[in-house]
Structure formats: C-alpha cells, structure tokens
Design a protein around this ligand. Structure first.
Ligand SMILES: *[C@@H]1O[C@H](CO)[C@@H](O)[C@H](O)[C@H]1NC(C)=O
Ligand SMILES: *[C@@H]1O[C@H](CO)[C@@H](O)[C@H](O)[C@H]1NC(C)=O
Ligand SMILES: *[C@@H]1O[C@H](CO)[C@@H](O)[C@H](O)[C@H]1NC(C)=O
Ligand SMILES: *[C@@H]1O[C@H](CO)[C@@H](O)[C@H](O)[C@H]1NC(C)=O
Ligand SMILES: *[C@@H]1O[C@H](CO)[C@@H](O)[C@H](O)[C@H]1NC(C)=O
Ligand SMILES: *[C@@H]1O[C@H](CO)[C@@H](O)[C@H](O)[C@H]1NC(C)=O
Ligand SMILES: *[C@@H]1O[C@H](CO)[C@@H](O)[C@H](O)[C@H]1NC(C)=O
Ligand SMILES: *[C@@H]1O[C@H](CO)[C@@H](O)[C@H](O)[C@H]1NC(C)=O
Length: 795
C-alpha cells in the first residue's frame, strides 16, 4: 500500500497577469502531498531556471534561499530530470490555512520566455486526507518544522530539575505575551519575544489547532549531538506565556538526523536515524517506518520487496537504498577515469508512539549522493582472423556517455564515420541502459599498420584505438584506448597438383596476401603471355589460378627413363615480391608412359626409347639392335622397344655442324642375320631405319667435340625419325615417319624454326607428326637427301 502519495493535477494554466503567452501543456505540475504542496516546472521549456514568489494579502515575497528556510519552502533544481521543484509546507508563511484542513497557496512563477521575463500568477488548494498527528516533525533539506496539537498534554520526558529551572525563569520574566527560550544541553538562552525570535530566523505560528515552530539548520541556538553515533541537530524551544496566576509552557523540540549516507561495497547507500532523537519528545514505545524516493512513501515490507534494507539496531533505524533503486538517478562523471554516482531524493516517515500513546510523525527529506564509483567500460577483441577484419567492441557504455570520435593509429575519425568507407562503427543499445559500439577495420585498410615477418611467414596487423567519449550533457571528454594485434599467415602459396597422362596441372586458390609472392617458371615470371608462348594452359579468375603444363613443354625435366616410361618434373618458383629472392617452389614429378622418347642431356648423353614395332614386323628383335657402332647395344629391350643411352660423341655418332646448331646423329640397326632367316630378300634398302638425333644450339655450348666433357646451357632437342619401308606396295599408310620432340632448348629459338621441324605446336601430344613436306620426301624414298633437306631447312 502506498502511503502519502501525492495526488497531482497537471494544470492547463490561464494567465491573468501582464503575460500574454500561454504556458505549454505539461509545463507545470502541481500536487497536493500529505504535508506540502509540490510544484514542478519543466526546465526544457523555460530557458533559465524560473523562480518563485509567495503571495498573500500582505504582499509578494520572493522565495530566496534564506527566505525559503525560514518560511517553509524548498526549491530544488534537478538538472538530470530537467525540472525544478518547489515544496511548500502547508504551514509555510504565505499559505492560507482553514481549520488545518484546507490550504491555499498563491504564488507567482517567474519564467523567461524568449529572453523575456513572464510572470504567471498561480494558486493551488489542497485538503490533505492524512489527519494530523499530535506531533509532527518535518526534517526538510533546509529547515526543521515542528507542529503540535495546541492541546497536547505536558511533556513527560523532562527531568524534574530541568523543568523547575525553566519554570523559574518563565515565572520571573513572563508577561502575557508569548516568549521563547532556547535550551542547549545545560544552558538556556534569555527569553525573547516572538518578534525578536522571528528576526533571528525562527518562525512561530498558532493555527486553529496547532502550534508551529520552524527553524533553519545551523542556528546559533541549535546544537549538534550524536545519538548512537548518528549526528543529530536539535533545537529545543520553550514557549511560555503568563496567564494571570499560571504560566503556560510548551516545549517544542526539533531534532533531525543529519546522517549523510554511507556507501557500502555491497551497493547500498546506508542512511541512519536514531529512533530516539531526543529523550524529551520521543520516548519510544513503538515505531513504524515508511520509505520511498521522490516523495513517494511505501510501507516497510513493500520497500524491502523493492530491494531496500530496513534494519533496527540498538534503537537506530538503518535504511539501505540499493544503488539501482527505481527512482534514483545516475550520472556519469569523467575525471581521469570514468565514474558514476547516484542521487536519491530520499523520503522517510517514522511514526513513533510514546508511552502516553501520543503519536509523533517524523518526516525526512534528504538528498543522498553516493561517492564517485568507478564505472569501467571495456573493449573486447572479437576479431575473427578468417574475416581479416578487426572487430572490437566497446561495451558497457553508460547511457549518458556518447562516442564522439576515434583515433585509429593516430588518425582521427569523427563518429559517425563519414570519410571512411571500409571502417564501420555500429551502436547497439541494451535494455540495461548501457550501449556498446562495434568497430570494424579491415586488416588491409591503410590505417592498419602491417609488418611482414619472413621468418614466421606471417603478417602482423596492428591497430591502436583511442576512443573519445563525451559525458553528457556537459560534454566532458573521456578517453579509452585499446590495442589489437592480429597475425595472419602469409606462407608461400601451396599448389594442388594433379598428374595426368598428358601433363601436370597446378591449382592455386587465391589468398588476399598472395600479392606478397610472385611466380616464375625458371627465370621467367609467370604471365599469361609466357603461358601462351610455351603452350601452357592458364586460367586465372578471382578465385584461383589453374596452370596446366602439357608434357614436353618448356620447363620439364625428365628422369628415370625406362622402357615403360619416365618421370617428368615441373617446377614453379615462388619469389618474394620485394626482394625477388626465390623463397620456395612447387615441384611436381609425375610418371609418364610412352612408346618413344629421346632425351639429349646438357652433359652430352642421348637417351632413346625407340619403338621398333616395324622392325619386329620385318623379323627384327629389339634386344639385338645396335647403333652405328655395333658394340653399342640397347641397355634394355622388350618385345617392341629398346632403350639406348650413350654419349653423344660415342657409338659412331655423326656430327653435323650448322650455323646455329650442332646435330649429333646415330642410327638403330637391326640384326640382319635374324631378319634374313625370316626374309630371304636381303637389301639394306628395304630395312626400316630409325635415326636418332640431338640438336643443340651452338650458342649454349661450352666445349664442342671435347671427348672429356660436353656442356650445354640447355638440353638438346631430340628427334627420332622412322623411315618407312621403301618397297612399293609395302608402305603402310599408318607407318609414317614420326618424330618425337622433347625438351626444346629455348622457345624463342625454336619458334624461329621451319614448321617442318616443329610442326603445329600441340603440346598435349607426345608424338608429333612430321608435316606433309617431310612425308613427301620420305615417300620418295630419298632417305639421305630427305635428311639433308630437312636439316638445311633447319639451319
Ligand atoms: C486560483 O486560480 C484560478 C485559476 O487557476 C483562478 O480562477 C482563481 O481565481 C484563483 N484563486 C485565487 C484565490 O487566486
Ligand atoms: C547502543 O547504544 C548505546 C547508547 O549510545 C551504546 O552505549 C551501546 O554501546 C550501543 N550498543 C551497540 C551494540 O551498538
Ligand atoms: C507500548 O505501550 C503499551 C502501553 O504502555 C504497551 O502495552 C506496549 O507493549 C508497548 N509497546 C512496546 C513495543 O513497547
Ligand atoms: C576524417 O575527417 C577528419 C575531420 O574531418 C580529419 O581530421 C581526418 O584526417 C579524416 N581522416 C581521413 C582518414 O581522411
Ligand atoms: C548490459 O547488457 C549487456 C547485454 O546484455 C551486457 O553485455 C552488459 O554486461 C550489461 N551491463 C551491465 C552493466 O550490466
Ligand atoms: C588518447 O587521446 C587523448 C587525446 O588526444 C590523449 O590525451 C591520450 O593520451 C590518448 N591515449 C592513448 C592511450 O593514446
Ligand atoms: C584479438 O583477437 C585475435 C583473433 O582472435 C587474436 O589473434 C589476437 O591475439 C587477439 N588479441 C589482441 C590483443 O589483439
Ligand atoms: C591472377 O589473378 C589475380 C587477380 O585475380 C592477380 O592478382 C594475379 O596476379 C594473377 N596471376 C597471374 C599469374 O596472372
């Protein structure tokens, strides 16, 4: 159940003074509270803080600070809420009081509209429903007010001696006019009349049924004491009047706890008040507490439900206000670090009943402020390396703090970002009155500092963030900084390789940092031009690079030649983009099968696998073949093929020297004896001949004709020429002169050759048919001349 709730009316005001403008709706709010008028003004509508004047039939009284304290007013400004409040006690100097039941307050509100002062004359009438207790004490922020029923019985708590002393003084000095004496601990002031007392700031009033006494805090006649370690300010006034043979005497004691609130680590602001503030007045029998904020009171159990702590310890009431209590106000503050504090407009009612069943109602209005509490905000590194973007969350930013700018590695960016497209900052508001900002900066943004580490094959991305936050509304700056670092892998590209019958293919998925690396085949950078020149098939899109390298194209190295096949190796070199140093390479070796092969090595060896199917058809046996030097036989042979490997200069090779090329030539002969057994027609003319040749460019040779050493820059170009059976009619059209070309020395030179030697470039074919020109010659049967013609065409 809510106690003492103000029942308010928002008035649409009509103005009956000189003012001509209308007050906007909701600008003014007037309420009747249990013991005071509450008038609230919206500051967002009036420019300057408005002020008030109290009005009665005797005149107009500006409510200044001093006047407010003596006359029962309290003006508070709440900048956080954007409002100003006037609390006027029902016993305030200018309030019209009818039987302590109907109170009317006339006042002027002086506001500034568009630079002009406007006076609104207003009034409010209240009839509080809560009956007056015999004794009421209000501990306002700026004054203490006591009212007692005028027929209250004589006080009981006073010591007999005290009473005697006071009575004595009263008797001696008393006149029929009321006089007052102030009592402090052991001493008492001289009696003075009420006019004199009023000049000192004290107010006395006699209403229909009540005697009212009001005093500002800190008067000379007040005294501070401690009750159960709680500071208490007390003013003890004794009013007396001599009425013929007797002296009327009324003790008026105002005693208020001056506790300022203590913030404990548990998140409560503890406020204390002794239950027995002064022995004279509050001779405690039982007490009840109603607690609230902003003028609203609720019973103790309800308050406890709302998180308040209520404890009575050693006749001291301790109230704990949770820092996040509804109705409290929070404010950020930046002084070096970020802090916050809470403000509570605390309201407490204590109902005490003494042994004589006289009820005393005590009300406290207190503005309690917590100390500055650290309010840390944090940054959280939410970077996901795969996204290649720094993601940093600035969290727990209080609602009255705004991000104004960020410095990224020293560069200023105003928020919201306008002059950067790649970086973003987004604000997310949380239900718990905090918000967060998520900053995203791509690793590759120019603002990010990058450092490449070759050793670790990694790239370090570094971002220093300095957030400029503003505490509103005063725009106090607060800086929060964070550094984030991310290491990304910049390892050299790794190719996926696949062997096929016709060559090797290399596949590379592009990565963002691949620009750090360059690819080459030998010393030539891999470009689409190079690929076209050498017959590589290259496709390169935004996703990946695919390079298919047909067998026998430029760049291959061959090894392990056997009758069945050989292995071919292709290498792509990976260079450091900056230094061009070779960092690593993608090497792939694939096995290939072939029926024929010729290799002319740089160190002067010819390795030949020759298809001798024709020889078999004419009765030859591959194992029994030999070169020009008949002691040079095959290293290996099977039913159809023979493998020879011999020095270029050996085994009876002939050397033909041209202008640019040198050609080593040998021939594979079949055993005639065997053949003649099968075929009695013995003629050297009708024997299949297999000529093998190696051709080297002269420019790349170091020592020509040296017996001991042959050395060439490049492997030679080999050729195997099958010369068809000459005998007419026996010619099998499928058995045509065939050439196997391999390991071309340098493409540039080779491309200059006549097409007869390098027929249409078809890199995927192992066997390249000799052009019709060559075929014609061989069909004519002029073997020797055909060779000569071919070579003269070459040279
Ligand atoms: C109080 O104000 C109302 C308008 O709100 C006005 O009609 C009335 O006359 C005023 N009363 C006094 C006593 O000033
Ligand atoms: C209770 O208050 C009395 C009077 O101030 C004091 O002497 C006593 O030590 C207090 N007891 C406790 C437990 O605080
Ligand atoms: C209050 O006083 C009455 C009468 O003297 C008594 O019956 C009652 O128990 C007292 N209450 C407390 C809490 O002391
Ligand atoms: C962005 O704009 C601010 C102010 O306009 C300027 O100081 C800052 O240098 C700009 N930043 C960039 C990266 O252009
Ligand atoms: C506020 O809520 C957000 C989101 O739920 C949470 O991350 C944050 O820690 C909360 N802050 C406080 C101070 O409770
Ligand atoms: C952040 O910026 C402010 C203002 O430019 C500066 O005073 C402060 O030293 C900076 N803090 C860091 C950690 O860079
Ligand atoms: C931030 O997150 C990234 C990615 O998870 C991580 O590599 C890095 O070490 C983290 N810490 C800092 C201080 O940047
Ligand atoms: C392949 O394309 C990418 C861009 O998609 C380019 O950066 C790269 O240099 C290209 N690579 C080659 C070998 O052409």
């Amino acid at each position: 159940m809510a106690f003492g709730l103000c029942f308010g009316v928002t008035l649409l005001l009509s103005v009956w003074s000189t003012a001509t403008c209308n007050i906007p709706d909701g600008f003014l709010h007037m309420e009747c509270c249990d013991r005071y008028f509450m008038i609230a003004v919206d500051l967002s509508i009036t420019g300057k803080e408005p002020h008030f004047e109290a009005v009665d039939e005797t005149g107009v009284y500006p409510i200044t600070e001093l006047y407010a304290a003596t006359c029962g007013y309290r003006v508070s400004v709440f900048p956080l809420l954007g409002r100003e409040e006037l609390r006027a006690s029902y016993f305030s100097c200018q309030t019209d009081n009818q039987d302590d039941k109907v109170f009317t307050f006339n006042f002027n509100l002086i506001a500034t509209h568009e630079g002009q002062e406007v006076i609104y004359a207003l009034n409010k009438t209240c009839s509080p429903s809560l009956p007056w207790s015999p004794r009421e004490v209000t501990c306002e922020e700026n004054y203490m007010e006591v009212s007692v029923k005028s027929d209250v019985v004589c006080p009981t708590g006073m010591k007999r001696d005290d009473w005697d002393a006071v009575a004595q003084t009263a008797y001696v000095s008393a006149t029929s006019d009321w006089q007052v004496m102030f009592q402090r601990a052991e001493e008492q002031s001289l009696p003075m009349d009420l006019t004199e007392a009023r000049k000192l700031g004290y107010a006395f009033d006699l209403t229909d049924g009540r005697l009212v006494f009001r005093t500002p805090y800190g008067q000379p006649d007040s005294y501070s004491t401690e009750v159960n370690d709680v500071p208490v300010e007390v003013v003890h006034a004794t009013l007396f009047s001599r009425q013929s043979w007797m002296v009327l005497m009324v003790d008026l004691v105002a005693a208020c706890s001056m506790h300022e609130g203590l913030y404990d680590d548990g998140g409560y602001l503890m406020w204390e008040t002794p239950e027995v503030l002064h022995p004279l007045v509050f001779n405690l029998n039982e007490s009840q507490l109603n607690i609230g904020l902003n003028g609203e009171l609720v019973e103790q159990p309800v308050a406890e439900e709302r998180g308040f702590i209520v404890e009575r310890r050693n006749t001291t009431a301790q109230i704990g206000i949770p820092y996040n209590a509804e109705g409290g106000y929070r404010k950020s503050s930046a002084s070096g670090d970020l802090y916050e504090f809470y403000i509570f407009h605390f309201y407490l009612e204590q109902i005490l009943v003494d042994e004589d069943h006289v009820e005393t109602r005590l009300r406290f209005h207190r503005t309690l402020i917590t100390p500055l509490l650290p309010r840390p905000i944090f940054t959280e590194n939410q970077t996901v390396l795969e996204e290649r973007t720094f993601t940093v969350r600035l969290g727990d930013v209080p609602e009255d703090v705004e991000l104004a700018a960020v410095h990224l590695n020293g560069q200023e960016f105003a928020v919201p970002f306008t002059n950067t497209s790649s970086c973003t900052i987004t604000k997310v508001v949380h239900p718990n009155n905090t918000h967060c900002y998520t900053l995203k900066v791509p690793f590759d943004d120019p603002v990010v500092i990058q450092q490449f580490s070759k050793e670790d094959a990694s790239m370090e991305h570094r971002l220093h963030i300095n957030y400029t936050l503003m505490v509103l509304p005063e725009k106090e700056p607060y800086y929060h900084s964070a550094s984030v670092v991310a290491l990304t892998d910049v390892s050299p590209p790794a190719f996926d390789t696949v062997c096929s019958e016709s060559g090797i293919s290399f596949k590379l998925d592009h990565r963002p940092f691949d620009y750090l690396w360059e690819l080459s085949i030998g010393s030539d950078p891999l470009t689409s031009e190079l690929a076209a020149r050498h017959g590589y098939i290259m496709s390169n899109d935004s996703q990946s690079l695919l390079l298919q390298v047909p067998l026998f194209t430029h760049g291959y190295k061959y090894k392990d030649v056997t009758l069945e096949g050989f292995s071919g190796t292709f290498e792509i070199l990976v260079h450091d983009h900056e230094t061009s140093e070779v960092h690593s390479s993608a090497v792939k070796t694939c096995p290939f099968t072939t029926t024929e092969l010729i290799m002319c090595s740089t160190d002067g060896r010819m390795t030949v696998v020759a298809d001798l199917t024709l020889a078999i058809s004419s009765g030859g046996v591959p194992a029994r073949t030999n070169l020009v030097d008949k002691y040079c036989g095959p290293k290996e042979a099977d039913d159809t093929k023979a493998l020879f490997s011999f020095p270029l200069n050996g085994c009876g090779s002939t050397v033909k020297l041209g202008k640019e090329y040198v050609i080593y030539e040998n021939e594979i002969f079949f055993s005639k004896t065997l053949r003649s057994v099968k075929n009695p027609v013995d003629s050297s003319n009708d024997v299949d001949r297999v000529t093998v040749q190696c051709m080297y460019p002269l420019a790349g040779l170091y020592r020509l004709f040296s017996v001991y050493r042959f050395e060439s820059d490049v492997p030679g170009v080999g050729r195997i020429v099958h010369s068809a059976h000459i005998t007419e009619g026996l010619q099998n059209p499928t058995i045509e002169p065939t050439t196997v070309l391999q390991t071309p020395a340098t493409t540039t030179r080779l491309t200059r050759r006549p097409v007869t030697m390098r027929p249409a470039y078809r890199p995927s074919a192992k066997h390249i048919k000799v052009s019709s020109f060559l075929r014609k010659i061989s069909k004519k049967g002029a073997r020797g001349s055909s060779q000569a013609k071919v070579y003269s065409a070459i040279f």
